[in-house]
Design a protein around this ligand. Sequence first.
Ligand code: NAP
Length: 750
Amino acid sequence: MTGAFVDPRVAVLYASQTGNAESISHSIYEAAVKRGFDASWHVLDDHEAFGFNALRTVVFVVSTTGDGDPPDNSARFWRVLRKATRGSATAYAHLRFAILGLGDTNYSNFCNTAQRLDKQLLAAGATAFYPKGLADDATGMEEVVEAWIEGLWPALARVAHCAGGPPGDDAVDAAADALAGLAVGAEPAPGAEPAPGAEPASADGGGAAHEFQPLLLDFRPMAALKAISGAPRVPEPICAAVLPDADAEKRYWSAAPQLESLACPPWHDGVAAASGAADEPSTPFLARIASAARITGPEALKRTLLLEIELPEAAARHVRGRWHAGDAFNVYAPNDARLVAATLERLGVGARDARRPQLLASADPAIKLPAHLQRFAAAPASLHDMLLWTADLCSPPRKVLLRVLADACSEPADRDRLLYLCSKQGPAAFDELRRQRPTVLDILHAFPSCRPSAVRLLELLPPLVPRSYSICNAPHESEAVWRVAFNVVEYELEVVDPFSSAEDPEDGAGPRRVRRRGVCTPWLEALARRAAPAHVLVALRPNLNAFRLPPPPLPDGAPDPRPVLMVGPGTGVAPFIGFLQQRAAELARAAQPADAPLTWLFFGCRTAAHDFLFRAEIEGRLASGVLGRLSVCFSRDPEAREEHGAPRYVQDAMLSRRDEVAELMLDRDALLYVCGDAKGMGKDVNDAMADILCGYLASRPARARELAAQLPPARAPAGAADDAPLSRAQALQLLALWTAQRRYLRDLWA
Ligand code: NAP
């Protein structure tokens, strides 16, 4: 029951880590306004400014990150929601809501943010006016998202006033009808002509310095189609470019030369202002790359760099006492400048025009600009800088982008192919396109007559979001320096040419190898190589999981006595290097010489010779007794495995010491920290822990019963007969309980 109250207003709220939920929520907000709802759009963390507690009709779009964590830009909101709903079954009885969750079933706790939000709001008396949608990136989220949005409108019209009149329950309007069957080979849409004054695009990139990668897609199934249907609607333009007045232009040009030398957005002061109150610990600031070194050998599979980032005095003061070993920080990185230049060239924007300052205005004054473009409404920037710093040119394309690009083609063949890619008939081709991880430049080159305006592209691409890295030192050691270890992300994809013949090995058949690079790490590497000092824009990232060592419990300064197990293969070891520094400092500072509580590190690498990260530091801690035990695994080094009797992976090492691990967790109140890859290692270690607990408790039924009594009744999977004293489902519940009690902490990275 949603009640009879019809709200004059609707709020569309989002929490987004990579910009997807932000883009989707903006499209919902825009469509709501166009349909006649009085809609507003906000990020959850601005809850005070938009008065969340007074809202009555809300549409949430929320994503999930890491190990089921909410996005950073909802951290403040969660704290307030928890407080407001604690023990109250009516705190939000006035609220009607709908939730669209974005997630990925490759990771544990699928769509946990949406699920948690739903549960908490319902428990506090709120009503869902429309069933929640959970979109899975593993299988392609677009279908769920589109269908959910389509069904939202009639549901929303029942609880909120719509000046355009309520749509019918089937939510089909004229625009959808027009799109339902697009004839193959139809004339290009009006407005598809190349931009005035632009040269026709050459197929080879027109001498652009950045190489595009040809896409290998099979459009042959199109031949059998009479019509293409189910492509998304074309969103109306959001932004219009405006030239600034003479004074603003003069100010712009006088500031420009000083900014060229900094590796940060020209509006970096504005980034700090836009990120929240200036006294927030996560306020961005410029910091110098003080040193850089490669810490993997030349034959290692990955190139791992260790950078030292020196905090300027004011910033070090600002974050003093607010950061700890285990925290991470964000780096604001640009797109590859050559990619930006080549993209602008491909769009027909000449070098002069690309550097001219422009302002962005809302194409419809009733609709707010997307958050990452709002600053350009007040202060001009060049198209080049806007594309360089704010639009993600490498994110997997969304169907709506392809739909708009289709309308920007002057050749029917290009238009049809783009329509096919985003249609109901082309999901296989769409998946293949995304699998090839194309840049927007690759897509433009694959459809030579496609010539959207740069501003249209800018508004359709997701925001370029900062990248996070763990700090691998402790403040006791160096208060004004953050050390960071990361792999330079460069990899090759195998792409099968659909036109090659597998039977003829001479025709170049077999997969082609396509090189791809990350956005931030190759850029940091290039900066670190420069002779001139480099500054980057960074910000402390809120540590939502409290992934930290507990502080000394007593005033004598002696460390927390509980044993600590740390599991971190590869660069997942980074925060533990800081933990060990912290522990060393605590032991040194203790009033009485303290016995070091047990610390046990499980580290994994490929070979002993090439990628045993921080080896000297780790072995030094072992020698000094700060680290009590060390288990190192070598996944691709049979000799080292034999020599050290080491298993392949960290979870294998834990299983090989299963009784000790179980005893520490069950009988000695140990803390377990896991850091690294969420998809593989994080899940596997969790499974290994469940096995360890079940196995250990199999011969201790009394202890198993005692533990089971603390757990909610477990629902056994259908058909599973599990007579163990502690079933596997109960073991998983126990792990979840320890997570809630902050004894089992995971810092998992997607
Ligand atoms: P990596 O080099 O890919 O792998 C390290 C070791 O883990 C290798 O021996 C690898 O073996 C093994 N491994 C592969 N699959 C595994 C599994 N399912 N279970 C256990 N071990 C497995 O590690 P990495 O690239 O450094 O990745 C670490 C993760 O930590 C990344 O997700 C990264 O984002 C994250 N992280 C980064 C930072 C940072 O600040 N840069 C901080 C914390 C965490 P094989 O390859 O031989 O199979």
